[in-house]
Design a protein around this ligand. Sequence first.
Ligand code: SF4
Length: 370
Amino acid sequence: MAERDWVVWMSTKFPLEIPATLGLTVYCPESGAAAAAGRGQGEELCWAAEGLGYARDLCSYVRMGMAMAHSSRSGGLPRPDALLCCSNICSGMVQWYEAMARTLDIPLFLVDFPYAQEGGEEVTAYVGGQLRAAIRGLEELTGRRWEEDTFDQVCRQANRCADAWQQVLDTARRRPAPLGSMEVFDYMPQMVTGRCRRETEEQLLALARRLEQRAPLPLERARFRVYWEGTPCWPVLGEVLPMLEERGIQVVADTISQSLSFRYENLDGLIQAYCSTINGVSLETGLEQRLAVCRRYGVDGVLVHYNRSCRPWCGSLQEVERRLGQALGVPVAAFSGDQGEAAAFVRAQFATRLDALVEQMEGRRETTLG
Ligand code: SF4
């Protein structure tokens, strides 16, 4: 008789290498929430969660995830056998997964990552001990055995996928870049739950080749190269993209997609890599990461999305905004929105901020060219 499929739901930056080594089927509720928001279902799911008693001021991914957890009992996302979560993105996520574990009545494997601790043997030992406990718990739950050889192969594959992902991202170094603004996000879920699979590497390499051969965007649509800070405002991307295009703004890099091309050599390196998430590192380290990306892609300006849902991210954003502009010497514009709810986005504000950004980028270009 064929062995049953074991399904887990996992937070975005849980080390995928662990369920992948055990051959578990992985879904990511945040990717599911982002996709639902992009399809225009964000409001409906948020209302459903509010009807279940979840407060409106919670992150929209949390509310949508709770609504999905309830609907998985009646045929939504495949019902999981266990949940995997870690605190390297935000503490709210921990409570979200605890609530899903109660709702679904399944085990939760939780790994605590110390905040803003990007290095050190103590951190590696602390996180490593918890990962080993999670592995033992998953072995007991599934009856599957942990094999070090399989883990090594899975890690090597994850690194190869990271290289392929970087090749895709780096096609945007071309001027003009062949990738449309935010297009790279279409492929990001593959890196979240598929980074340990050979098919993902092959698909990404094929994508990089297609992009290399793709005709560049017409110059009038790519006059300015911009770095996007923050999660995309999924529900209104249909409005946002033409507004960027009309003004000749091309998003060539962003915070999230760049954060997925990390590599490592061994288990300690893996732990360090998962410690270094955008929200999990210190302000200084986060700034260095962003500056390196902005310089690599040669941006003319920065566009900052104050995503109402994500307070851990937005808390330090004003300082990030100020210091990025100062260090790069490029204009920075900010606007308000949300990753899940269209109502938080104000079209008129966005248009005004974009116009101001374009004016400043033009001014800077004229000054630089003399
Ligand atoms: S608050 Fe931010 S980091 Fe936390 S779950 Fe929501 S979007 Fe993710």
